[in-house]
Design a protein around this ligand. Structure first.
Ligand code: ZN
Length: 273
């Protein structure tokens, strides 16, 4: 059965050439249910104006993207990261987002186990602020190709271990099919996240087998090898009730007419998610 667009939110980075106002207009007009806001579109206009635009659109806002990057050799840099994440929480509250997505970070030369310890500590230092603002923090496991310098958390399992240590209703997981589709334990981990109440977000795009760039060559749903309907069935079975977030970074697609491209995304969502 084809999905209604009202069940989807689009990440502003998907249409990188657009301003926040253009994204809001286009997503609402197309019938999408929500928008996830990247900080770069806030930067140029300021948080007050951004909040006015987003709240005026009537769109739901699953996420502000992104916080994280906790580990560092120097404690003053770790402190800066915590402060920056608190600012993310403030911005999320201002635009009416449910959660801040965390790309947790990794440092070249630091053992991943130590980096994960620092991530856990960094998140714990943001928890009081998250709770005070009622903003959830969603750890997004990143594909292991990013383990060197972007994320020491590469599978749902490592994210779960952090959640189990912190045991807060404000700490959970954003499951992005691009990063975790290959994980042999994915079904079990999604089920566990459902049981533990930590399945905060579900992000969709596709993995092009002949990928040309590790960052900016994501496929539109249906262009790659990920069995998205299966993973969606898994998160729904686990009790996930949020919007499915469409998040595609693609140099190729950013060069297109973004209205035509958004149409392509809408059709792909209905057919392949
Ligand atoms: Zn994602």
């Amino acid at each position: 059965m084809s999905l209604n667009l009202s069940t989807a939110a689009v990440h502003t980075m998907t249409n990188k050439p657009w301003t926040l106002a253009q994204c809001c207009d286009a997503y609402a007009r197309a019938g999408f249910g929500g928008i996830s806001v990247w900080r770069n579109v806030i930067e140029s206009i300021g948080i007050k104006e951004a909040a006015r635009i987003v709240r005026g659109s009537g769109l739901k806002v699953p996420a502000l993207v992104r916080g994280g990057f906790f580990p560092a050799f120097d404690s003053s840099i770790r402190q800066k990261a915590v402060d920056e994440n608190k600012t993310c929480i403030d911005e999320a509250a201002a635009v009416g987002a449910e959660m801040v997505v965390l790309v947790v970070g990794a440092v070249v030369g630091m053992p991943l186990t130590e980096a994960r310890k620092q991530v856990t500590e960094g998140i714990s230092r943001c928890l009081e602020h998250a709770q005070a603002n009622q903003i959830k923090l969603a750890i997004e496991p990143l594909h292991p190709m990013y383990a060197a310098d972007r994320s020491c958390i590469n599978r749902m399992k490592e994210a779960r271990l952090v959640c189990e240590q912190l045991r807060s209703p404000y700490v959970g997981i954003a499951c992005d099919v691009y990063h975790v589709w290959w994980d042999p334990d994915i079904e079990t981990e999604i089920e566990l996240a459902g049981q533990q109440g930590t399945l905060f977000g579900f992000h969709v795009c596709d993995w092009r087998p002949n990928t040309r760039d590790l960052l900016n060559d994501r496929g539109v749903m249906g262009e790659g090898c990920i069995n998205i309907p299966h993973l969606r069935a898994c998160v729904e079975k686990a009790g996930f009730k949020g919007l499915n977030e469409i998040e595609i970074f693609s140099t190729e697609k950013w060069a297109l007419d973004q209205n035509v491209y958004l149409n392509e995304i809408a059709e792909a969502y209905k057919q392949f998610v």
